[in-house]
Design a protein around this ligand. Sequence first.
Ligand code: AMP
Ligand code: MG
Length: 369
Amino acid sequence: MCEKTEGLSAESILRGLYKVKTKVIKIKEDNINWQYIEEAGAIIRSGGLVAFPTETVYGLGGDALNAASSGKIYAAKGRPSDNPLIVHIASMDKLSAIVREVPEAAYRLAERYWPGPLTMIFHKAACVPVQTTGGLETVAVRMPSHKVAQALIEAAGGYVAAPSANLSGRPSPTAAKFVMEDLDGRVDMIIDGGEADIGLESTILDLTGEVPVILRPGYITEEMLEETIGRVDTDRTILDGNSSQAPKAPGMKYRHYAPKGSLVLIEGTQVQVVSYINEQLQRYRLEGIKTGVIATDETKDRYLADSIKSVGKREDEEQIARQLFKILREFDDDKVQMIYAESFESRGVGVAIMNRLLKAAGHQVIYLQ
Ligand code: AMP
Ligand code: MG
């Protein structure tokens, strides 16, 4: 059984916004300060917002069973209200109260991948307000592995709605300083728990249809899921910029992760990509436009841009995943106007990396072969 929490009035939500004094605290994963956790939990229980670290990216947390708290999350982020939030839990016994049923596959996946970077979608129970689910009758649920996140969720009453803690449209924050950049004055507290381990948001798997479908690729890949539960499909619209169909995860249709400059992805052999990008860079330079390149360790010394950022070694996809959002934000600090990015392998974690890059680029890709 779970019950909706008493709501705040719309007026009190609006009055509270943009005037909040944001308290920033540090909590280490291996040495949790329980007094701070209690303070943060109390903020969420009373309808406030706390940004907190998880192993994927930082989350912006509110009471998932309180419609007004969810309303505050949308307002703080400037997020469209049809873009549902993920409900975070810290133990398996909390799941059944917020969903209509838990399919067998979900138990098997939870056994293998929870706590961890996997979000599963279920039919929702009545106690989950539609404000939390963006008007949908389904609910997305995740159990994060970050110890600070787990402690906060428990202290907050067990159900924390949390999208990524960035302003809508900006790259997801992988460190507390990026949360500060976006949400200072818009949330009651930010918990600094160091840099995110994974750096990309969770894999989202829809379990409400006949065949489980990946709605957002992430660190846990299609192959990994299939090992545990058999056939899994991927919503193709999320990888194909030309698709006329809307993606099944409402959030995937918005331009996202986007740096302020224009970003274009270049596909081809390494030699082709480097020479094509350098030609373009020269042209922009003559026009006085500030340029940037998302390169790899293998190529970073070969570009002639104003700002060259390596995401790491090409074969080290985990490092690339960790670096990507930080680098997209740094181009804004450097005031870069035109950015070129190399492309990455579309398999394994590379699927998630390419998905985020394609979204950041608004699906602008140039194929050289
Ligand atoms: P964020 O937490 O900011 O990464 O955003 C959550 C993502 O989960 C968005 O892309 C949402 O569209 C997606 N999502 C959350 N709940 C659902 C749901 N019930 N059905 C489909 N997608 C969902
Ligand atoms: Mg997000």
